[in-house]
Write a protein that binds this ligand. Structure first.
Ligand code: NAP
Length: 348
């Protein structure tokens, strides 16, 4: 099969580099174009990018000349790891030009005609893209912490109807991009505030767990109380979650539902889909941040499932913020879009 040539926007950033690392050996997509700001444009990728991934760049990608955002692109499919300060209008412009933009940024996630997708949970929401005013389309994945929370809630909401959620996050520093939080602010320290994060985590799961109603989404209807912390961990966001349900349940039933979850794409054999979206660990002191690379970083790792004396059940979820929480999530969305034949609906 001839590979589909793709471009990466924000290719020099934390998410952009993870996109490069994951797409270097992708069976369907091949990296043809790299885009970043004026600061990086013009030079070969390996010279202008401060490469921080732990695999070497292939010579062909290392030599690609980085383009600025004014350069026309030949690739239909664009993966965006653009900084959110510029992603909104740039992604819209690319979509108007006919590109299909698979975005990691917050800017268009809550637009009523933009799919906010976790393939195992709401693949059907992709049809929203057909209502967009662009020749191309914008498809988004959620905030990293929203993704892991929603993956854990999805099978529980379906079976037991979630009534309320309280979540405290402990988020890795790679989640802040590069150079991120100054080392003297984060080493040996916990910072109990991440700008804008709590609002996203309170809203986005409700859209993802919502129901498709013609050309719009009716969001799920329950409150999520969120407290976010930045912690001195390199990769991997951990979340302590308490949940109340409409239907009577037990920790044992919650565990069974989480263990059995396979999701909507289980039979599709998408290259980046993990065998099990949720991995449940039994040890009393798991998951720990060091578990984050299980399943190539594409599963959410769950543990400590037990009764909650305030709500009903509590548990801990861990996920790789730049893989399942960003680059890997975007690639899985693109694989799904292609496998469903929807990419074929677009031409440059
Ligand atoms: P980052 O490390 O700061 O990278 C930002 C990228 O955007 C760089 O490639 C940068 O290029 C480019 N950029 C900045 N200003 C630009 C401009 N005016 N024109 C064109 N390109 C420009 O940030 P990140 O952590 O990768 O995050 C990227 C996006 O993904 C953000 O929207 C973020 O919220 C989202 N996200 C991040 C994570 C995570 O774990 N890090 C998780 C989920 C979602 P230069 O290098 O040339 O400046």
């Amino acid at each position: 099969m001839k590979k589909i040539e793709v471009a990466i926007l924000g290719a020099t950033g934390t998410v952009g580099q993870k996109l490069v690392a994951l797409l270097e050996s992708h069976p369907w997509f091949s990296i043809a174009e790299l885009v970043a700001s004026e600061r990086s444009a013009g030079g070969p990728y390996d010279k202008v990018c401060h490469w921080r991934e732990n695999i070497p760049l292939s010579p062909s990608v290392a030599a690609l000349k980085v383009k600025n955002t004014d350069s026309p692109l030949n690739s239909l499919l664009l993966f965006s790891g653009l900084d959110s300060s510029v992603a909104g209008p740039l992604e819209e412009r690319y979509a108007h030009q006919g590109h299909v933009v698979i975005s990691n940024s917050k800017n268009h996630r809550m637009d009523s005609d933009v799919p906010l997708v976790i393939p195992e949970i709401n693949a059907s929401h992709l049809v929203l893209a057909r209502s967009q005013p662009y020749r191309g389309a914008i498809i988004t994945n959620a905030n990293c912490s929203s993704i892991f929370l929603t993956m854990a809630l999805a099978p529980l909401h379906q079976a037991l109807q979630v009534k309320k959620v309280m979540v405290t996050t402990m988020q890795a520093i790679s989640g802040a991009g590069y150079p991120g939080v100054p080392s003297l602010d984060i080493l040996g320290n916990v910072i109990p505030h991440i700008a804008g994060e709590e609002e996203k985590i309170a809203q986005e799961p409700l859209k993802i767990l919502g129901t498709l109603d013609g050309k719009s989404i009716s969001p799920a209807n329950f409150p999520i109380s969120v407290q976010c912390n930045r912690v001195p961990v390199l990769d991997g966001h951990t979340e302590s979650i308490s949940i109340a349900f409409a239907h009577h349940t037990s920790a044992a039933q919650v565990k069974e539902l989480l263990q059995g979850f396979r999701g909507e794409i289980a039979e599709m054999k998408l290259p980046s889909a993990p065998a099990a979206p949720l991995i449940v660990l039994e040890d009393i002191n798991r998951p720990q941040s060091r578990d984050v690379h299980r399943a190539q970083g594409m599963s959410a790792i769950v543990g400590r499932i037990r009764a909650c004396p305030v709500l009903d059940v509590r548990l801990v979820v861990l996920g790789h913020n730049t893989i399942r929480g960003a680059a890997g999530a975007a690639i899985l969305n693109a694989e799904l879009f292609h496998q469903l034949g929807m990419l074929d609906e677009y031409r440059l």
